[in-house]
Write a protein that binds this ligand. Structure first.
Ligand SMILES: Nc1ncnc2c1ncn2[C@@H]1O[C@H](COP(=O)(O)OP(=O)(O)OP(=O)(O)O)[C@@H](O)[C@H]1O
Length: 405
């Protein structure tokens, strides 16, 4: 079937009262950004629905993109035809035929915006139903829960027929929930946490700590490429890389081994908070889940959280690893995350970190290093890259995959 339009139904937007206009505007903007590669499309975000006119572009490619955009409840490819009853009948039968399998049931559901059209909705339902029964042998009518509901809309500018409802990504349009900073490692969890933060409308900036020469160029490229994957769900993302080597060396030299990890994490969070505040963002997201590793106990979270008053949000807090992996696979980050490039934290993790660090001891050990000076230096050393949806970083370096073989 050659579709002419994709009809997009809004998700939670309809319940948002006076903010509705902003939500629709933002969703329109996000949809336009995610469909930039299709120059012939016309996109109109209207009060009740968003319409994407295909003008010859591939419906399946456009649907694939749209189904990843947050704020969309579901979508339906539709065919626009002239207001001519014979053409409407033939198109209706062709659409049903395309989905017909033995035992399929159907009904016609007509709506009329153009009240001057020569037939009313009951007449249209009867005429079109009769025509489909005659031209699709074996099909039956069923009013309650049919397999196919063919929707026919008689609008002022033409007639639209749709028969399929494809689920959207749900959630809220990215950008309607404010802006926050995400602490992104190269692991499995933080990309999933990013996805879930964005699902609730939050626009993210990524902060990534790296420690060359302890961490390789590939580890950095992997985090950037993960950012490109995540950007497919909400548009370009600023990737902020923070040099961390000097801080790690300083901590390793001066802090007792049991507290290496806690003090490193406190420094990471402190620097992230400084970056978040300088960008006027309202919170920090991490990929932590309770009980996963030493730094992810309540005591540890308390000792680390101590350095900022910004909300530190952990969308994965109560998830099992299996659940997290399932989402990572669904959003396409898993294969990248498991590439074996070392993260800066893994390298400096002591063999037996304190799983229940004490807050007062954490504060005291930190006095052994120049906290303010080191934070200032790290913040001054950041580099920002604007990462586009699906932008590649790894395969531009020929040695990356060769090294893994
Ligand atoms: N190099 C890094 N840069 C930025 N944030 C980081 C970095 N390493 C860890 N984090 C943050 O700290 C969280 C906990 O990291 P940790 O390595 O303890 O656990 P993890 O479960 O392996 O997480 P992940 O799978 O996201 O790496 C990460 O989810 C991320 O939010």
């Amino acid at each position: 079937m050659k579709y002419s339009e994709i009809m997009v139904r809004y998700g939670e937007l309809s319940t948002k009262g006076k903010n509705r206009k902003d939500f629709i505007r933002q969703l329109g903007k996000n949809v336009r950004q995610s469909l930039q590669e299709f120059p012939n499309l016309e996109i109109k975000a209207q009060h009740d629905r968003l319409h994407v006119t295909l003008n010859g572009e591939s419906s399946s490619a456009v649907i694939e993109r749209l189904s990843g955009v947050f704020g969309i409840e579901n979508l339906s490819p539709s065919v626009k035809v002239a207001k001519d009853i014979e053409t409407i009948k033939e198109t209706a039968a062709a659409m049903v035929k395309e989905q017909f399998k033995t035992g399929t049931t159907f009904k016609i559901n007509t709506r009329r915006q153009d009240h001057d059209f020569e037939f009313d909705t009951n007449q249209l339902n009867d005429m079109l139903g009769g025509y489909v029964l005659e031209h699709v042998p074996g099909i039956e009518v069923k009013m309650k829960k049919p397999d196919i509901t063919l929707r026919v809309e008689i609008r002022l500018n033409g007639v639209y027929l749709t028969s399929e409802i494809i689920p959207g990504a749900g959630g809220l349009p990215v950008g309607t929930g404010g802006r926050a900073v995400m602490m992104l490692s190269g692991g499995i969890d933080s990309p999933v946490a990013s996805y879930l933060a964005m699902k609730r409308g939050v626009k993210l900036d990524m902060v990534h700590f790296f420690s060359p020469p302890y961490t390789s160029e590939q580890a950095l490229a992997k985090a950037e490429e993960l950012t490109g994957k995540i950007a497919t769900f909400g548009g370009n993302i600023q990737f902020i890389q923070v040099p961390f080597r000097k801080i790690q060396e300083e901590i390793k030299e001066k802090v007792p081994e049991g507290y290496l990890m806690t003090i490193q994490r406190r420094m990471m969070l402190r620097i992230t908070a400084a970056i978040a505040e300088s960008r006027h963002t309202k919170g920090i997201f991490t990929g932590e889940a309770l009980g996963q590793v030493a730094s992810q106990t309540l005591e540890s979270m308390m000792a680390i959280n101590d350095v900022t008053t910004l909300p530190v949000l952990r969308p994965l807090v109560s998830m099992d690893k299996e659940e997290i992996i399932r989402i990572a696979e669904k959003i396409g980050t898993y294969d990248l995350s498991i590439l074996p490039f070392e993260d800066c934290c893994t390298i400096f993790t002591p063999p037996a970190p304190k799983t229940r660090p004490a807050l007062d001891k954490s504060r005291n050990f930190e006095k052994l290093i120049d906290v303010d000076g080191l934070v200032k230096e790290a913040v001054e050393g950041i580099k920002i890259v604007d990462v586009k949806p699906n932008e590649k970083f790894l395969n531009q370096q020929s040695d990356v995959f060769a090294e893994l073989l």
